[in-house]
Write a protein that binds this ligand. Structure first.
Ligand SMILES: Nc1nc2c(ncn2[C@@H]2O[C@H](COP(=O)(O)OP(=O)(O)OP(=O)(O)O)[C@@H](O)[C@H]2O)c(=O)[nH]1
Ligand SMILES: [Mg+2]
Length: 291
């Protein structure tokens, strides 16, 4: 019998590792159908979908790899499967739109931990929330090609676990009362655990983004940078933008989480990891991961 070529042997070992992981995850949790399908993907596709920064890292020269913070938050496939369950609607886990508010004192009074999504008009905030809720298809999240579509703060309840808030965008066609509404919310919302600041990965950090970054820094908010629309760029362009934004975060910010979260609402790349991060920072993962 012929020996398998080294590359093939390596490939087979990987495949065995993946099926072992799949077995472990499925035994540990009643893994949702959708995530079980993700786990069945070939390794490279799985990495691209679930750990997009690790996928990009493979294309970096060895000396540039240390620039990228990609394992500060490094959950296992088991952690990801657990996080999926919070985002899966069922009669026992109701995921629903709660209410909208234009002023903080109109916001629902909820004891649960909250996270919010801010960013320029059209950057993809509502689309991202819609992608996070893909396993809760009854929740309606409105997206539009026209910038300035979301005019109010929209509150969504995720079971008994946490609340997500979709914000109006800043910049072009922002609502007039934007500053009062959003600044007051960010400054005073007591149960706000983390702010996700969305930046368009095609364009990079703009002047308008800088104003929002300065605001987060000034209020000493813990925030996380999410890079949207990663499906629109070539790998090379995306890599260039990611490295530039990473450099900015390393050199010029205090309150920003060091690891970037590239996502696509179209391919769902990075969405599972972000769900897991949200479950973790709201204190809902059994094994709290260091962040
Ligand atoms: N290709 C691609 N298009 C996206 C993605 N996310 C959003 N878009 C598109 O970008 C446009 C704006 O998306 P929204 O989600 O409404 O943006 P928003 O940040 O909520 O905008 P405002 O509510 O106006 O502040 C829509 O045409 C979306 O289809 C993505 O990941 N990939
Ligand atoms: Mg919107």
């Amino acid at each position: 019998m012929k020996m398998a070529a080294p590359g093939l042997r390596h490939g087979m070992r990987r495949l065995l590792e993946v099926s072992a992981a799949l077995g472990r995850v499925c035994r540990a949790y009643s893994t949702s159908q959708a995530f079980a399908e993700v786990l069945r993907l070939p390794r490279r596709q799985l990495t691209k979908l679930v750990y997009p920064l690790q996928d990009l890292e493979q294309h970096l020269a060895p000396d540039a790899r240390s620039d990228l913070c990609l394992r500060v938050f490094d959950p296992s496939l088991e952690d990801l499967a657990r996080a999926e369950s919070f985002f899966t609607a069922s009669p026992r886990n109701r995921i629903e739109y709660l209410s909208s508010a234009v002023r903080l004192d109109h916001a629902p009074d909820l004891p649960r931990p909250e996270v919010c999504f801010i960013g320029r008009s059209n950057v993809g905030k509502s689309s991202l929330i819609k992608a996070l809720f893909s396993l809760a298809p009854e929740v309606e999240v409105r997206v539009s090609q026209k910038p300035g579509h979301t005019k109010k703060m929209n509150f969504f309840k995720v079971g008994k676990y946490f609340t997500l808030v979709d914000m109006p965008g800043y910049g072009y066609r922002a609502p007039e009362d934007f500053v009062d509404m959003v600044e007051t919310y960010l400054k005073e919302r007591r149960n706000l655990k983390r702010t996700f600041l969305l930046v368009d990965s095609v364009v990079g950090i703009t002047k308008t983004d800088n104003i929002a970054i300065e605001m987060c820094e000034e209020f000493a908010l813990p925030y996380v940078m999410v890079l949207t629309k990663t499906d629109k760029s070539s790998k090379g362009h995306l890599l260039k933008q990611v490295l530039q934004i990473q450099k900015f975060v390393n050199m010029q910010t205090q309150g920003c989480f060091p690891q970037l979260f590239p996502v696509s609402a179209v391919t769902h790349s990075g969405i599972h990891l972000l769900k897991c991060f949200i479950a973790n920072i709201t204190g809902n993962l059994d094994s709290q991961l260091p962040v």
